[in-house]
Design a binder for this molecule. Structure first.
Ligand SMILES: [Fe+2]
Ligand SMILES: [Fe+2]
Length: 156
């Protein structure tokens, strides 16, 4: 699996979890918390591998337009990681606000994912060769494992 396949697979996982979460009702308190925890972990892993491995690799070979895309993407990550997601984690799963905040998170991420898949990834396929994409995937897999291990350690 190369770097782009890996990122796309992550996107699919997150989209599925968000769709599941948005279908829950305020009575499904436990389910909501469980799904939110999974989404939180997935996003922590995914944002980290993009910002620390994939984006820098693309940036190195990119041009001015790619640089704009890079900063826009980082800003979208920041909106999710420092505003929307922390807010949602602080919202009672049985409250009215919860569903509204899930909807905003879902829309933001779907927009972001679409831009990456329609603009950034095709560009990466143009600019990075196969051995590089494979090498990045190995590093990304490892980083995902490390982050998950940290999470589990913290939860224990
Ligand atoms: Fe992203
Ligand atoms: Fe992504």
């Amino acid at each position: 699996m190369n770097a782009i396949d890996l990122l796309k697979q992550d996107h699919k996982t997150v989209k599925t979890l968000l769709a599941e979460l948005s279908e829950t009702t305020s009575r499904a308190v436990k389910k909501r918390s469980e799904l939110l925890r999974k989404i939180d972990l997935e996003l922590s892993q995914h944002t980290a591998i993009e910002e620390e491995i994939f984006y820098p690799a693309l940036r190195q070979v990119g041009e001015k337009e790619d640089e704009k895309m890079y900063f826009e993407s980082r800003e979208e990550h920041r909106t999710v990681d420092s505003l929307v997601l922390p807010d949602l984690k602080n919202t009672r799963p049985d409250s009215m606000e919860f569903a509204g905040r899930v909807k905003v998170l879902k829309e933001l991420l779907e927009h972001h994912i679409q831009e990456e898949e329609k603009e950034m990834f095709p560009r990466a396929e143009q600019l990075l060769d196969h051995p590089t994409l494979d090498r990045l995937a190995v590093a990304m897999q490892q980083m995902k494992k490390d982050i998950k291990a940290q999470w589990e350690k913290r939860a224990a």
